[in-house]
Write a protein that binds this ligand. Structure first.
Ligand SMILES: Nc1nc2c(c(=O)[nH]1)N(C=O)[C@@H](CNc1ccc(C(=O)N[C@@H](CCC(=O)O)C(=O)O)cc1)CN2
Ligand SMILES: Nc1ncnc2c1ncn2[C@@H]1O[C@H](COP(=O)(O)OP(=O)(O)OP(=O)(O)O)[C@@H](O)[C@H]1O
Length: 216
């Protein structure tokens, strides 16, 4: 069933339905989206951060969730750390990812701004006890990073397959938390994001404009 070892490979880059085609198309789309993020003015980033946090905190999907898997936005990612503090202030157990050497994710509980430390790749990660990769299965909702989503809810991530693996564990455990991606304006695409069999669509996307829900 595999697509060969390690996922790299040569001879891709041409359009066409195969999986190598989708992976190459994802890489090209990622580059374009990162370039667009890099061009966003500081003022827009500030405005977007506040609006995304506000809309995210209003999500019905988060009401009643005792644990929420989230992440610490870094660089030009939408949202801000206030989201984590606000959730924690509601008594929610906020789980944050710790990137493992193979790009899989471990998880630890968010214990406040002082409990984060700089890690590789510009990330801010929790310093508390690691709960193991299966800890994400306890989340009642998952807030995901992403670069874009299409109208079907297909999400484009950073390319590590980290969240794809986490969501596969969640599914194997029989859990079905809401999956919500946080994005900038313009990252809700009219064009389709190339989908691969391992991709799990999100239920909603939060942008500075508001919440967009997808029907499965
Ligand atoms: N804030 C945040 N945390 C997260 C993720 C994420 O996307 N955002 N991840 C989602 O899976 C995992 C980390 N995966 C990552 C994969 C690639 C790069 C990356 O390409 N970094 C650039 C430098 C940062 C930049 O874009 O400026 C690099 O290494 O060149 C970063 C994180 C877990 N934690
Ligand atoms: N459940 C899984 N188990 C193992 N590898 C996986 C799984 N899901 C995806 N992968 C691998 O991860 C790699 C990256 O996948 P993809 O480009 O879809 O990542 P992404 O969705 O952009 O990243 P992320 O999930 O971290 O946001 C692919 O090579 C894929 O085969």
């Amino acid at each position: 069933m595999g697509e060969g070892s390690g996922g790299g490979g040569t001879g891709e880059g041409t359009a066409g339905g195969g999986r190598a085609g989708a992976a190459a198309d994802k890489r090209a789309l990622r580059r374009a989206l990162l370039a667009a993020r890099a061009a966003l003015p500081q003022e827009e980033l500030r405005r977007a951060a506040g609006a995304v946090v506000r809309h995210a905190l209003g999500l019905a999907e988060l009401t009643g969730a005792r644990a929420v898997a989230a992440y610490v936005p870094v660089g030009r990612e939408p949202g801000g750390p206030e989201l984590l503090d606000a959730l924690r202030g509601r008594g929610v157990r906020v789980l944050l990812p710790v990137l493992l050497p193979d790009d899989d994710l471990d998880w630890a509980v968010y214990e406040g701004p002082g409990s984060l430390a700089r890690a590789g790749r510009g990330l801010l990660e929790p310093t508390g006890p690691r709960l193991g990769p299966d800890a994400v299965t306890a989340a009642g909702a998952v807030l995901l990073p992403g670069l874009a989503v299409d109208r079907r809810g297909t999400r484009l991530g950073r390319g590590g397959g980290s969240y794809d693996r986490g969501l596969a564990r969640v599914e194997s455990a029989g859990a079905a938390p809401a999956r919500v991606v946080l994005l900038h304006s313009g990252e809700l695409l009219a064009a389709e994001v190339p989908a691969e069999p391992h991709d799990r669509p999100v239920h909603a996307a939060v942008t500075p404009e508001g919440v967009h829900r997808f029907t499965a």
